[in-house]
Design a protein around this ligand. Sequence first.
Ligand code: IPM
Ligand code: MN
Length: 353
Amino acid sequence: MYKIGVLPCDGVGPEVVREGKKVLEAVARKCGVKYELVEYDVGGDRYLRTGEVLPDSVFQELGTMDAIYLGAVGHDDVQPGILEKGILLDIRFEFDQYVNLRPIKLYPGVETPLKHKGPDDIDFIVVRENTEDMYVGIGGQMKRGTPDEVAVQTAVYTRKGTERIIRYAFELSRERNTDKTVYLCDKANVLTFGHDLWRRTFEEVGEADYPDIKRECAFVDATTMWMVKNPEWFDVIVTTNMFGDIITDLGAMIQGGMGVAASGNINPDGVSMFEPIHGSAPRHAGKDVICPIAAICAAGMMLEHLGETKAGEMVENAVVEALGSGRLGDLSTRSGVSTTQQGDIVVEYIQKQ
Ligand code: IPM
Ligand code: MN
């Protein structure tokens, strides 16, 4: 019996989580997976009501779960950073979910804005470091609001943090057994302290323990260019927290939009969290128009992670069938197929398997 903590949170989060739960229920019934969902009311509304972001008690309970399933964080009436840091980043950091896995995969039947590129060309995975870099929140401000203002935002990289994510990427490349090449995406030509550490670690670890995996390095600016021009070059990209954030929004676009991009925040030895990479999109909230595929795929990744391989594959297959059928529309918010209907269609393809 798995215990799964559910955090629908803000904006469109609750709508896409609702569809993810629907698919979870269908696939669990088919595969005999037993689980219990524990849903928590956290997010912007609770914060505005009570001033609480992620109460200690919720935090403690999340630590006892087998996995966490999250919708989206961010509220128009709450100052940016409070919810993002207090919920999402706190969970990632405190549970040491040091891998942010973000598959960039163009499914058949989904349109990419890249001319002449298809599903064979766009199928890679970004391994984003998830606990360091500029995200650590170290820095400060001085003379705020004056012409002499000073702001410092520090990027932190540790050997341990760098090494463990790089090892994860090499292992994943072995497991995928496709290109057997790992690209390191960095800015070592400018960040000559932090990204020098990354480069040295990449070369040392790769040479010593992964001689079967080819190593390539690409600067982040060039990476964005190649992701558009030659996405077929990539199989596994390992990168820093900030660059990983940026290049995976681009990745989402080339795989057909934010509506299809899923992610897992993984602690291989602890509690992991699964979420769509999109935000709370308050403009679209409550209208039943947003694409739930990313949240559904995140639920699939969660099943895989729990070791429920068959159930995970079933979700993936159902998504492929649903997208391939053309019945989900063009995946934009004006596709004409509602969030609810899209979830129902995926459930149909679960039941057909
Ligand atoms: C993401 C998001 C978050 C991030 C924000 C909401 C803090 O953009 O998951 O990509 O920057 O990691
Ligand atoms: Mn992001």
